[in-house]
Design a protein around this ligand. Structure first.
Ligand code: HEC
Ligand code: HEC
Length: 642
């Protein structure tokens, strides 16, 4: 518990952040100190803006190459996290190649009919344009003109690493049951030998979930009938992906492989959803929404042709059979970047493989939503969900297995549990290291972990006409992914289309497969219904960087957390405090009104952010690091020299 005085200190600090402006416009580059003179100066006393200029990051696997992504992730992992955070929230500029050649606000295609355009593309300058509630976090936000005139609501992606790990592990558990000869794919005979349903137990004590029928519909030919979240590709007799194949025919295709497309509301029967990994959910929206094309061998390389790529630096396998980043690098510069320029705007290699390493590292580690209440209140809420059969789809917990055999373990660097302090009436966080330090390398422990309260079975369900979607092309989309309910109390509005303006309304729209559950909700006492809605309302997001948190591991949230000799205010999870060389804040300074304020702008940015390390250095400031730049003394945003 914190005495009131502590809280007062906090409110002053928070007031400062708010005073500095809550408009999302603050996530451009603002690297100047408070008090610098001039006009239109890019200063930010709140310290939340991006403090380093755009430089393409360079993918490395040798962690001795200073400033390369293996170095950053393994030797300065909180700097890697912060650089990844910056990529998720940066407002890209024309000089970074954003939006393409005179191509702001285009139509991108196609819908299932093959002719109708599917969404408005090239209409924003970064992820934060849509994922910005709360601002500066991977929150939810706007409704986008996509698939239907009713649009699609942007969900939050707090806890993104946990969701990705659940998806990859569930695929592994399914494959283990089917692939009896252990050659990595499912042959027609293996499919025939399997039963009519393939189940996975999410966590001890949870009911087994049925992911559908792995058998081919024609016996030794045809397609399996999985739940719609499973996307399948077909392979030849050696397990090599046969592009364009739509089933097993016994002539060119002899089996299949598959992935769980855990991300996205759903694209209709037979089309799964959007992306199976966080890395793909970086290059895909960068391309679709901002015209920034990624060249990414990590996503696309598949030397043995099986449709799978080796794990990324963060440890996630990728699925090139179905998801290839847009810039294919057909023509490469001798330094290794792509000369292809698929969007024809003359800005080359707009998003680099290294950028994706860092953005993915942030998404892997970004904290999960929290519950605003006591553990007993949480248990009461889950009991209500159980009683109304909501948890037959909104599965509470998933267990990640420790590393070993086919499992990768919990690949995160740290956990950040956030709990409700009832006495102080506030959320509080705690940094829990999940790493072992070996020399100067941070090695993730890859232990087991139970993801608590995600409330999702990662399956698609048909909830009946009130939840169906009439596409632009007239095709009706019926199945949608069970919405993960963590953070749902901070979401507004609700449903894939954002058409429900209350939680009660979105529950009342549950028909079809959820009709019996809805009947239990409607038949419950007013008191139980209100208690359920209160519980859902308490599944919340929070501002990650200003939340009071113990990051030093002493179980105390200090009121005057000293970093680099400066009192930064109350202790909180600002990754900058955990860099190899922590950021030193400007501190006490007089503002334009002559008031004494604490400026969180940084005074040692070049040092702390490693801007002078060999693989990050960009002498002429054109976004092309010197080790790539064909001319590092001539500013050339497009290709290093032009
Ligand atoms: C123009 C608005 C917009 C922009 C910009 C945008 N998103 Fe999204 N995002 C959405 C919408 C809408 C959805 C849901 C789409 C669907 O499922 O049909 C979504 C879904 C997601 C999801 C999946 C969430 C879930 O629960 O399924 C992730 C992860 C995500 N976005 C990450 C990003 C990242 C990273 C960027 C930047 C590289 C980005 N988005 C840029 C609108 C946007
Ligand atoms: C048969 C599976 C199923 C059952 C049972 C079920 N749901 Fe859902 N739920 C879903 C699906 C699928 C969605 C996504 C619907 C959409 O937007 O297309 C969803 C969406 C929601 C949402 C909206 C979340 C958001 O982010 O917009 C809430 C809230 C919700 N469910 C609560 C409940 C409650 C409470 C119950 C029990 C009374 C329940 N659900 C029972 C499958 C189910």
């Amino acid at each position: 518990m914190h005495p009131l005085t502590n809280r007062a200190v906090r409110l002053v600090a928070l007031g400062l952040c708010l005073g500095a402006g809550t408009a999302s416009g603050q996530y451009a580059l603002r690297d100047k100190l408070v008090g610098v003179t001039g006009t239109n100066v890019a200063m930010d006393a709140s310290g939340r803006s991006i403090k380093v200029d755009r430089v393409r990051a360079i993918h490395t696997t040798d962690n001795s190459l200073e400033g390369g992504t293996a170095y950053l992730i393994q030797k300065d992992p909180f700097l890697a996290y912060q650089l990844g955070r910056n990529l998720n929230f940066r407002e890209f500029r024309v000089r970074d190649g954003v939006l393409g050649k005179g191509a702001a606000s285009q139509l991108g295609g196609p819908m299932p009919d093959g002719t109708t355009a599917k969404l408005t593309t090239n209409n924003t300058v970064g992820c934060l344009a849509c994922h910005n509630a709360p601002d500066g976090n991977p929150g939810g936000g706007i409704n986008l003109a996509k698939d239907s005139g009713f649009g699609r609501q942007a969900p939050h992606y707090y806890g993104a690493g946990l969701v990705e790990m659940i998806g990859i592990q569930t695929r592994t558990k399914m494959l283990q049951q089917l692939d009896t000869n252990l050659d990595g794919w499912v042959s027609a005979a293996e499919a025939a030998a399997a039963g009519p349903s393939l189940t996975v137990v999410p966590a001890p004590g949870e009911a087994a979930l049925d992911f559908g029928d792995p058998q081919l519909d024609g016996g030794l030919t045809g397609k399996p009938s999985f739940n719609n979240i499973v996307v399948v590709w077909y392979v030849d007799g050696n397990g090599v992906h046969v592009p364009g194949a739509t089933g097993v025919d016994g002539v060119t295709t002899f089996g299949y492989d598959f992935e769980l497309v855990v991300w996205g509301w759903g694209q209709g029967a037979g089309r799964g959803a959007l992306n199976p990994t966080n890395r793909a959910f970086l290059w895909d929206p960068f391309n679709a929404h901002s015209g920034l094309d990624a060249y990414d061998p990590t996503s696309n390389s598949d030397p043995d042709g099986d449709g799978l790529a080796a794990p990324s630096l963060s440890g996630a396998i990728q699925f090139p059979a179905t998801h290839k980043s847009p810039d294919r690098g057909v023509h490469l510069h001798a330094n290794g970047y792509s000369l292809d320029d698929p969007d024809g705007d003359e800005y080359l290699n707009e998003i680099s493989e290294g950028d994706l390493d860092l953005g993915e590292w942030f998404m892997l580690n970004v904290p999960a939503p929290a519950f605003r209440g006591t553990p007993a209140e949480y248990d009461d809420g889950v009991a209500l969900l159980d009683g109304m059969d909501c948890t037959s789809c909104h599965t509470a917990d998933w267990k990640l297995e420790a590393q070993g055999g086919d499992f990768a373990g919990d690949r995160r660097l740290f956990d950040f549990p956030v709990t409700w302090n009832d006495a102080a009436q506030e959320f509080q966080g705690k940094l829990v290291p999940l790493w072992t330090q070996v020399g100067d390398v941070f090695v993730p422990n890859r232990g087991e972990y139970t993801v608590s309260g995600v409330f999702c079975d990662f399956r698609h369900h048909d909830l009946g006409p009130e939840m169906h979607e009439i596409g632009y092309d007239g095709v009706v989309n019926r199945p949608f992914r069970t919405a993960p309910l963590w953070g749902v109390g901070s979401g507004f509005p609700w449903g894939h289309d954002g058409r429900s303006l209350t939680l009660d309304d979105v529950i009342r729209r549950h028909g079809g497969e959820a009709a019996a559950s809805r009947a239990l909700y409607l038949g419950a006492s007013v008191g139980d219904r209100q208690a359920l809605l209160r519980f859902l309302g308490n599944l919340q997001l929070y501002d990650i960087e200003s939340l009071p948190a113990d990051i030093s591991g002493d179980d105390i949230i200090s009121n005057a957390f000293v970093v680099q000799g400066k009192d930064t205010g109350y202790e909180r999870f600002n990754a900058e405090w955990l860099f190899k060389i922590p950021v030193r804040i400007q501190g006490d300074v007089l503002n334009a009104n002559g008031q004494l304020i604490k400026s969180s702008a940084g005074t040692n940015i070049r040092n702390a952010y490693g801007t002078d390390l060999a693989y990050l250095k960009d002498n002429d400031g054109d976004g092309w690091p010197d080790v790539w730049d064909p001319n590092d003394t001539q500013v050339g945003y497009k290709n290093g020299k032009k």
